[in-house]
Write a protein that binds this ligand. Structure first.
Ligand code: ATP
Length: 239
């Protein structure tokens, strides 16, 4: 593949786990329970993509598709300050797109093409969270096929942006409550096979002791499975 770019997650251990940062031309998915750090990593990446290449960024802008109203400009300010970046400038390079329902969300992904073609230097697209609307709107067995078909369409559009413009796509996902989770089988992300095949990297986030978080790389085609520990601080994600 031509010049794959990488964006630092902020923690060296985390970067190492995923081969040096999140990749362009790929979809990276994080899933985990509430408070596991999915939105925090999204905010971190929205800042680090703007760093120069020698500091782990891509000198680029980002689109943040916000489906649950989780985007917090104050958080971007704190993380920017941690990197000694001008937070006003950083905020200007984050294109916030609030998606009101799944159809709107799908449309937004299509609009990104126009944004890039009109000259925006987009290097990262974040969808936080990917499944929330789909899950709320398509309830029950009989609507599952339609949901998966729409989801597939959406993921193809995202992968297409990633390939065409050398962009990284980062999506967050919720987990299914599993009655048998106690017996050690990993908690499952929702989205089924459609999503499982679309994401190149899938990372399971867990809460650890004393405010620590654990990231576990699962089902990666060319990296070993493994885990790392990281922390969420006011400056963002650190080792
Ligand atoms: P949900 O499914 O509820 O959206 P999530 O995985 O997206 O969950 P986040 O919002 O990313 O969860 O993580 C929230 C956690 O991040 C908080 O519980 C807290 O531990 C930590 N956190 C958030 N802001 C800060 C901060 N400024 N300083 C330190 N830790 C923070």
């Amino acid at each position: 593949r031509r010049d794959v770019g990488r964006i630092t997650v902020g923690s060296e251990a985390f970067n190492e786990l995923i081969g040096g940062g999140i990749e362009t031309q790929s979809i990276t998915e994080v899933f985990g329970e509430f408070g596991s750090g999915k939105s925090q990593i999204s905010h971190e990446l929205a800042v680090t993509v703007q760093l120069p290449r020698d500091l782990g960024g891509l000198d680029g802008e980002c689109v943040f598709i916000d489906t649950e109203n989780t985007f917090r400009p104050e958080r971007i300010e704190q993380i920017s300050d941690g990197f000694e970046l001008d937070h006003e400038e950083v905020l200007q390079k984050i294109h916030i797109a609030r998606a009101f329902n799944s159809a709107h969300q799908i449309l937004m992904a299509d609009k990104i093409n126009e944004l890039i073609q009109s000259g925006s230097n987009i290097k990262l697209v974040i969808v936080d969270s990917l499944m929330a609307h789909f899950r709320a709107e398509y309830v029950g067995r009989e609507s599952l096929a339609t949901r998966q078909q729409k989801l597939n369409q959406h993921l193809h559009a995202l992968q297409n942006i990633a390939n065409t413009y050398n962009v990284a796509v980062f999506i967050t996902n919720q987990v299914q409550a599993r009655p048998d989770a106690f017996f050690g089988s990993p908690t499952k992300a929702i989205g089924g096979h459609v999503l499982g095949h679309a994401s190149t990297y899938r990372i399971w986030l867990k809460k650890g002791l004393a405010g620590k978080r654990i990231a576990r790389l699962v089902d990666s085609p060319h990296l070993p499975e493994g885990e790392c520990v990281f922390k969420i601080t006011s400056d963002g994600i650190v080792d």
